[in-house]
Write a protein that binds this ligand. Sequence first.
Ligand SMILES: CCCCCCCCCCCCCC(=O)SCCNC(=O)CCNC(=O)[C@H](O)C(C)(C)COP(=O)(O)OP(=O)(O)OC[C@H]1O[C@@H](n2cnc3c(N)ncnc32)[C@H](O)[C@@H]1OP(=O)(O)O
Length: 153
Amino acid sequence: MTIIQHQMSGNHCFGCSPDNPHGHHIESRWDGQVATCTFQPQTWHCAGSPNFVYGGLIASVIDCHSICTAIAEAYQREGRAIGTGDGILYVTGHLDIRYLAAAPIAGPLVLAARVTEAGARKSLVSCDLHVGETLCAQAEVVAVKVPASWGDA
Ligand SMILES: CCCCCCCCCCCCCC(=O)SCCNC(=O)CCNC(=O)[C@H](O)C(C)(C)COP(=O)(O)OP(=O)(O)OC[C@H]1O[C@@H](n2cnc3c(N)ncnc32)[C@H](O)[C@@H]1OP(=O)(O)O
């Protein structure tokens, strides 16, 4: 299965760049419809209780995984392999997360994201996060398409 982040160059993202030494290094596996990601929380990723995962960490992995899903789907819609030709880039416009159950720190966090609506300027992405059988978080993300030069200074 394609690992989205392995197909993209020039990615410095804290959440998902393979090359950011301080980042989370998430990997999103794309099957053409759904992108999945498994993330193993560390003990220091805990919330007030050492037993559960910090919500900001959950938001971070959902954010990154969902935006990468939007990017993968957009390449697919254009009939191109991810990372080929002119760069396609989306950024987070809106992130709406419901924290449904505390996520045990033992993890792993298992994410599944799909594009539910795709337009010319934005895509809507739905992302579920499970630990074991428990749905711990559910998110709706608005991914807004920007020029590949968006991040230039
Ligand atoms: C360079 C190489 C990179 C390599 C790959 C790296 C991958 C890394 C992956 C990174 C992963 C990490 C990800 C990160 O961390 S990305 C970093 C966090 N995000 C940001 O910094 C974004 C900051 N905001 C902006 O730049 C602008 O406000 C954006 C670009 C978002 C909109 O700008 P602008 O306002 O000019 O756009 P538009 O008016 O033409 O609207 C276009 C459409 O979008 C809809 N809309 C807009 N805003 C919102 C909103 N807030 N909620 C809902 N919808 C919104 C709007 O209604 C319209 O829809 P429609 O009316 O057409 O239906």
